[in-house]
Design a protein around this ligand. Structure first.
Ligand SMILES: Cc1ncc(COP(=O)(O)O)c(C=O)c1O
Length: 372
């Protein structure tokens, strides 16, 4: 009896060890140590974090919450306050909103609820990797269609993948890593034809031109995902939300076995950021202005092509090999997200729009690499 039990467990452990997981790569601390410099010298432009949000405005809000809450209690009455504020911000009814432990946890929650072994999910490539990892963990299949050369959706090819067996469609817009928004008419065509559940990931929508949130009523099988990590600069706290019709919202909130997935402290900080919405708005305006400058400056460097962006990062292709540029930038203390080949572009990087002094360091380092 005990022998066969161990056999199963050993096999299970082996199987679990083969699961693909997200790997963040080198940390700023690790790089600073490697280079023998202080961490303040590292220019971190690899995670799409938003340093334009004014910390001196965030810190007093955190201190207020520390005074207000009693950490010994469960967060029973916190979620409704945040939902009320979000409903005002988004101009949707309160029963359209689900709160989650950032976008990643909501993606995982939706995929756990809707995908089981041998189910198929559809998406496009290149795009955000977490949904694919979650679907595979469930034992599902993840079918992707390449974007067209202009980074827009290949609608006809995607429609061909739809069948009675396709359960989930994941669309990211603005898309990570190409940074563009998909054409609304294309999203609409796919959403109207898809037989299963649709996730429209709008993690970067505050930096973009449009959102599907005002049109959520038109799409009964769509869940729009949003996060406080980007525009609101709360990546450390892990807070996100989903917008969907009341039936889906009830499933997402009530059919998850965990009663309090998000900490009360985090929820209160979301409320405070919405009460002081100018912090986010000022940051987004400054970031967008810096984004345009960065794209222009990068495009003036020999051998660099930077694409237009609707997000808080920029996609860049280099003439020199991606590995060479990546290693040389690391030696300069500059961290980018290396993508490599992306559609017809061989040497791609995703570059977070940083504060002006960080972007200047990136530009200076790229020019130096060209001269070596
Ligand atoms: C497209 C996209 N969706 C969702 C997320 C998840 O963000 P978070 O879990 O911080 O809300 C990210 C993070 O980079 C992202 O790029």
């Amino acid at each position: 009896m005990s022998v066969s039990y161990h056999k199963w467990l050993d096999q299970k452990k082996l199987e679990l060890q083969t699961l693909d997981c997200y790997s963040a790569g080198i940390t700023p601390e690790g790089l600073a140590q490697q280079l023998g410099v202080d961490i303040s010298k590292i220019v971190k432009l690899n995670f799409n974090e938003n340093l334009f949000v004014d910390r001196s405005r965030q810190i007093p809000l955190l201190k207020q919450i520390a005074d207000e809450i009693d950490l010994r209690l469960y967060p029973e009455n916190e979620v409704p306050n945040l939902i009320k504020k979000l409903a005002e911000y988004l101009q949707v009814p309160q029963n359209y909103i689900t709160i989650g432990n950032a976008g990643d946890e909501l993606l995982d929650r939706i995929i756990r609820l809707f995908i089981k072994k041998d189910d198929t999910a559809v998406s496009f490539t290149p795009s955000f990797v977490i949904p694919q990892l979650c679907v595979k963990r469930q034992g599902g299949k993840y079918v992707t269609v390449p974007l067209k050369s202009d980074f827009q959706l290949d609608v006809l090819s995607m429609l061909e993948t739809f069948s009675e067996k396709t359960r989930l469609l994941y669309l990211c817009s603005p898309n990570n890593p190409t940074s563009n928004q998909m054409k609304p008419a294309d999203i609409e065509t796919l959403a109207k034809a898809f037989p299963g559940i649709i996730i429209l990931d709008e993690a970067y929508s505050e930096f973009a031109d449009y959102s599907f949130v005002p049109r959520i009523h038109e799409f009964p099988n769509m869940i729009i995902l949003r996060t406080f990590s980007k525009a609101f600069g709360l990546a450390m706290l892990r807070l996100g939300y989903a917008i969907a019709n009341p039936e889906l919202t009830e499933i997402l909130t009530k059919k998850s076995p965990l009663p309090y997935p998000v900490s009360g402290f985090t929820i209160r900080m979301g409320v405070k950021m919405l009460e002081n919405i100018d912090i986010m708005q000022t940051a987004v305006t400054a970031l967008k202005s810096e984004r345009e400058k960065l794209i222009k400056t990068l495009n003036q460097i020999e051998g660099i092509q930077a694409f237009d962006s609707q997000a808080d990062f920029v996609l860049m292709n280099t003439k020199l090999h991606v590995d060479i540029v990546y290693e040389k930038l690391l030696k300069c203390g500059v961290m980018l997200k290396k993508w490599g080949k992306l559609l017809q572009y061989e040497n791609c990087f995703r570059v977070t729009v940083g504060l002006p002094e960080f972007n200047a360091k990136l530009v200076e380092s790229l020019k130096q690499i060209n001269e070596e």
